[in-house]
Write a protein that binds this ligand. Structure first.
Ligand SMILES: Nc1nc2c(c(=O)[nH]1)N[C@H]1C(S)=C(S)[C@@H](COP(=O)(O)O)O[C@H]1N2
Ligand SMILES: [Mo]
Length: 336
């Protein structure tokens, strides 16, 4: 009898240990709770009550259109409502971001809800652009509590056009960084100057589709003009104010089969340079934003083609508060 129990306990012990361990790391979502983990200083579990104690934000008349699977699907208004909740940005700030300076534009945030549905946000869209002031972890809709069977509340993105990134029953917020090694600081120390680029590769890592683009290929696309991009950074300070001309990132991605319809919002794009400086962009902000063609792969600055320091192509985000996502000498644009 005793031996039988002993064996039972021994059999269950590893599972118990794993569960306790996971709970300790703040990874197991509990109903009514949101677990925040990954590249944050303080991984934590937030309850609905704690959420309600944080500064709340109200968004009036948010109109949610239904996501389209095909070009020909009709536009359909799902609902128009007002929401109260906490900004995703404020929750992340409370948890504390681990990556700083040139490492931070390579960060992205995954919000996971019921049925393990994921929506990805880039660090830049949350912290540099005004989209960050529109991503709400809502707990109240039209003055009434939002019911949930799993996790907690509902994620609403007021600047999105369609509802593909609406996540119900939020369980986890996971902060990650792309696996690109940053060499830019080492370059500066060693006074290494990377050669200018004359082409970039465009890769869809999901299906292996890829192509090499030269200046001529990008110039062929309809262009976007940005009259005033303020270039100011954490590292190099104020760089100046410039006008840019280039192709919207969405048209480049269309070349490797990513289109406006049937988007997978757990995907994201990484723009990178040979020195390891890189920036992430969510498919939501590229294809599904009311801000429009805001993300540009530029080839002209102040009316002239870019010089060797910028490479032949440089990313510019019209609306970002800093130049943190201006990747110079772009070598790769990859979809993950
Ligand atoms: N390839 C590459 N692009 C980059 C960087 C870098 O180190 N490498 N630094 C970024 C940062 S943090 C800033 S502030 C600006 C600096 O621009 P500057 O080199 O013209 O001063 O470029 C951005 N683009
Ligand atoms: Mo910077």
């Amino acid at each position: 009898m005793l031996r039988f129990f002993k064996r039972r306990i021994l059999a269950v012990f590893p599972f118990l240990a794993i569960i306790l361990c996971l709970l300790g790391m703040g990874r197991v979502p509990i109903n009514g709770m949101i677990s925040i983990h990954g590249a944050v200083k303080n991984p934590s579990i937030i309850s609905l009550n704690e959420l309600k104690k944080m500064p709340s934000f109200h968004m009036n008349d948010v109109a949610l259109l239904k996501e389209k699977k095909h070009h020909d699907d009709p536009e359909e208004l799902l609902c128009k409502a007002s929401y109260r909740g906490v900004l995703l940005r404020d929750i992340l700030e409370r948890a504390g971001m681990e990556y700083r300076r040139k490492w931070e534009p390579g960060v992205y945030v995954r919000v996971r809800g019921s049925e393990n549905r994921d929506a990805v946000f880039s660090f830049g869209e949350i912290f540099y652009s005004s989209i960050g002031r529109s991503i709400l972890l809502a707990y109240e809709k039209d003055g009434k509590p939002i019911p949930f069977a799993e996790g907690c509340g509902e994620l609403i993105v007021a600047t999105d056009i369609r509802d593909g990134r609406r996540i119900c029953g939020i369980k986890e917020i996971i902060v990650e960084r792309v696996g690109v090694k940053l060499e830019a600081y080492k370059d500066a120390k060693k006074k290494t100057v990377r050669p200018p680029t004359s082409s970039l590769s465009l890769v869809n890592t999901r299906d292996g589709k890829s192509m090499e683009l030269k200046l001529e290929d990008i110039k062929e696309l309809p262009s976007v003009y940005i009259n005033a991009a303020v270039m100011v950074g954490d590292c190099e300070g104020f760089g100046g104010m410039f006008s840019f001309e280039g192709a919207p990132l969405n048209l480049l991605l269309k070349k490797i089969g990513i289109d406006w319809w049937g988007l997978a919002y757990d995907q994201y794009v990484v723009v990178s340079s040979a020195d390891g400086f890189c920036a992430t962009f969510s498919l939501g902000e590229i294809f599904n934003s009311r801000l429009g063609d805001n993300i540009v792969i530029a080839y002209k600055k102040n009316g002239e083609f870019l010089g060797p320091h910028d490479g032949f192509a440089l990313s510019v985000v019209r609306e970002d508060s800093t130049g943190g996502r201006s990747v110079k000498r772009i070598e790769k644009i990859e979809v993950f």
